[in-house]
Design a binder for this molecule. Structure first.
Ligand SMILES: Cc1cc2nc3c(=O)[nH]c(=O)nc-3n(C[C@H](O)[C@H](O)[C@H](O)COP(=O)(O)OP(=O)(O)OC[C@H]3O[C@@H](n4cnc5c(N)ncnc54)[C@H](O)[C@@H]3O)c2cc1C
Length: 309
């Protein structure tokens, strides 16, 4: 019997979880991602002899199914529990960088990187360089504005209710600065949430375990990021660094990088765990469905895979 071909767009937590379950259930699964590595917003960057998480910083676990998966990852030393200041119960981090969890999940899966899907037609997904991936069932876990663009470029026509669900989903953006310091007199104790500031969050990557060099990540607030979304990156970096000068001796900053997340956190989400299109063999999932974080992405991928099984 020929195996059903599943193509998954997006090697973030949602896509990888769906792939894990479906591969285990003997489907023929291929994941394509436009990035150079797996993980999507579970992102870690190497620069200037150091490392910093610039997307998700930690995650919580509330469901049994995610807890079971996390227990296994903890046994393999991929993750550890972590106490954030201002939070009472432990969260989890990856001491070697948040992208080690998606790398762990991708083991044994057929993942094609640097493959941006730009069009879908008659059971085939086409990349920018006109490579083709055929499928019986397609799962898309990209941020929804990018999914809507892909559908428009593919002449995929949505039913009115599908259009309503997808167009109601919204994301907060986030500017992220990663800075390596010469010395760091650490008063952050792990990570610190800031109120009434252009900065919402500052974290010490060395304390998380990523690097021996003092390296911080600064996340701008949703309001600041939204109102400065199209501004010059250098100007934004200077403003964000200046905003933490009462916490960090910014004179000690050796070098820094900045990254703009256009779709960081899904602020308006669909309540269902995924959307199956009525007229196409396409399921759409990811953190925009459900609780809107790493666990939500995992549960969305799981739900899609179980529905296909
Ligand atoms: C700055 C920031 C801070 C965050 N903080 C936290 C936190 O503290 N705790 C928490 O739980 N969550 C946090 N999150 C959210 C969390 O990272 C996400 O909810 C989760 O990682 C989303 O996973 P996903 O699989 O749904 O999507 P993604 O991780 O976005 O994966 C989607 C993938 O699709 C790929 N893709 C998109 N379009 C295409 C295309 N056309 N062709 C091929 N590939 C494509 C992308 O490259 C990407 O890899 C944060 C996110 C950011 C950005």
């Amino acid at each position: 019997m020929t195996k059903q071909k599943i193509l998954i767009i997006g090697a973030g937590i949602a896509g990888l979880r769906a792939a894990q379950v479906l591969s285990h259930a003997s489907f023929e699964v291929t994941i394509v991602d436009k990035g150079r590595g797996v993980g999507g917003r579970m992102a870690t960057r190497r620069f200037a002899d150091t490392k910093a998480d610039h997307g998700a910083q930690y995650f919580s676990v509330k469901s049994t199914i995610f807890q079971e998966f996390i227990d296994e990852a903890e046994k393999q030393h991929i993750i550890k529990s972590w106490k954030v200041s201002d939070r009472t119960h432990p969260r989890y981090i990856c001491p070697d960088g948040m992208n080690t969890l998606p790398k762990f999940m991708a083991q044994g899966l057929d993942v094609k990187l640097s493959q941006k899907i730009v069009r879908i037609a008659h059971g085939v997904a086409f990349t920018e360089s006109e490579e083709q991936y055929d499928f019986d069932q397609l799962i898309i876990s990209a941020p929804i504005p990018q999914v809507l663009q892909l559908f428009e470029d593919s002449d995929i026509l949505l039913e009115a209710d599908e259009e309503n669900i997808l167009s109601s989903i919204q994301y907060d953006p986030c500017w992220a600065v990663m800075a390596k310091l010469k010395t760091f007199d650490n008063t952050i104790t792990g990570g610190r949430i800031l109120e009434n500031s252009p900065v919402s969050w500052i974290v010490d990557n060395a304390e998380k375990g990523l690097t021996e060099n003092p390296t911080i990540t600064i996340h701008a607030s949703a309001d600041y990021s939204q109102s400065h979304l199209e501004e010059n990156a250098e100007k934004v970096a200077s403003e964000l660094i200046a905003s933490v000068s009462d916490i960090v001796n910014v004179e000690q900053i050796d070098t820094y990088q900045i990254h703009r997340w256009r779709y960081a956190l899904a602020s308006q989400r669909a309540t269902a765990r995924f959307l199956q299109l009525k007229n196409y063999p396409i399921c759409i999932g990811g953190d925009a469905f459900g609780i809107g974080n790493v666990e939500g992405a995992f549960l969305s991928g799981e739900a899609i895979a179980q529905a296909i099984c």
